[in-house]
Design a protein. Structure first.
Ligand SMILES: [Zn+2]
Length: 389
């Protein structure tokens, strides 16, 4: 075993001696090939004194993801060794920690430091690796879910930036926009006045036609013996004509006013304001595209979340691996007393029975068989990797 030949992207921290590293690598090399991926990227940390892990900072969800993240699985804090998995996403990125901690005492003076359950440093390490293996599928899918979350953050941040750019542009254009709005309002008013004058002209035109029609009808009626009011009928004709000319002039004058104002407005729109306005339109389009992109991250995130749920019971904060292990133990009606420690933690922390079993699976499968053939078969047959719900 060459402890420096560690190709699984692990880092070694603390004052590991070469002998201790070799011991640890021996444990790692005993793992079945299918389990080794669980230890990829794990920080192997030797510490002088174990300290209780700090509270986990909660992930920050972007506003476009009205979601709840599954609660992390329960883990047992040991004073001699511990495996810590935490993953947090903020607007800046995903922070994932897979930290394996073993105390100086456990490595240098194992007999004294360990409980009755674990005889030496290698079993201590193997026990912790058992915890890692139990969480393997959960961790991998949790990572994918957080990567999806990160993508959602990224698009949301981009949208937010674009939104502020639109706001800044609108702010910059505020005075010109007011000028434009004022001109446009005047064009609108002039258009309404012109339309009104046109309607009045058309009404006058109609009145003139009606006067002529009435005059002609009177001629016809006189022939049949009637006596029309000729002075009134005659008076209507010239007066209507004058009104008609006035109305037409008013309409044409207002039309000219409107055209002039519209020209001024359009001229204004073509200049700096037009350029700024085009820029605002462009920025708005970019913003809307990013809003859609941010909204589109919801589905991939939910899909990744379902992938987590396929191997992890968030309500019980228990991996399916552990749940299936418990079911097997219950079905086989075996005791949890493979070690006093496993027995002590059963049934509240069944992960300890799992971890103790895994340690013996690596170092003494006979111990598993002596405890229960079903337990031996479960590990020898790879049943402990069952992620099904
Ligand atoms: Zn444990």
């Amino acid at each position: 075993v060459n402890p420096n030949d560690d190709r699984n992207n692990r880092t070694w921290r603390g004052s590991w001696t070469e002998v201790e590293k070799t011991l640890a690598m021996e444990v790692l090399n005993r793992m079945p090939a299918a389990d080794r991926v669980a230890m990829d990227g794990v920080a192997m940390n030797k510490v002088d004194q174990m300290s209780a892990p700090a509270a986990e900072p909660a992930s920050v969800l972007p506003p476009n993801l009205p979601e709840v993240l599954p609660a992390a699985p329960a883990s047992t804090w040991h004073t001699i060794a511990h495996f810590r998995y935490r993953i947090t996403t903020t607007g800046l990125g995903v922070v994932e920690t897979k930290e394996f901690m073993v105390s100086r005492a456990a490595l240098e003076n194992p007999k004294k430091s360990l409980g009755e359950s674990q005889a030496d440093a290698q079993l201590t390490i193997a026990h912790e690796i058992g915890h890692v293996v139990e969480k393997q599928a959960y961790m991998a899918r949790c990572r994918a879910m957080h990567d999806a979350l990160r993508e959602s953050h990224r698009t949301w941040n981009a949208y937010e930036k674009a939104r502020l750019e639109v706001e800044a542009q609108v702010q910059k254009m505020a005075s010109a926009q007011r000028q434009y709005d004022d001109l446009n309002q005047r064009v609108t008013a002039a258009t309404a006045a012109k339309n009104q004058a046109y309607d009045a002209y058309i009404a006058a035109h109609q009145a003139a036609q009606d006067a002529v029609t009435a005059y002609n009808a009177a001629i016809e009626e006189e022939r049949k013996g009637a006596k029309p009011d000729w002075p009134a009928l005659k008076a209507a004709l010239p007066s209507t004509k004058a009104t008609l000319a006035d109305k037409e002039k008013a309409w044409r004058d207002l039309a000219t006013t409107m055209t002039t104002l519209a020209g001024r407005r359009d001229e204004f729109a073509k200049g700096d304001f037009g350029v700024a306005n085009a820029k605002a339109t462009e920025l708005r389009a970019a913003r809307d595209q990013l809003a859609a992109a941010a909204a589109a991250t919801l589905d991939p995130f939910r899909a990744a979340k379902r992938q987590v749920a396929a191997v992890y019971d968030a309500e019980r904060q228990q991996t399916h691996r552990l749940k299936n292990f418990v079911a097997m133990v219950t079905t086989a009606a075996m005791g949890a007393d493979i070690t006093p420690y496993a027995k002590k933690e059963w049934p509240d922390k069944p992960q300890e029975f799992f971890a103790e079993s895994y340690a013996y699976f690596l170092f003494s499968p006979e111990t598993l068989r002596r405890h229960s053939p079903a337990l031996y078969d479960y590990f020898a047959g790879g049943g402990y990797r069952n992620d099904a719900g």
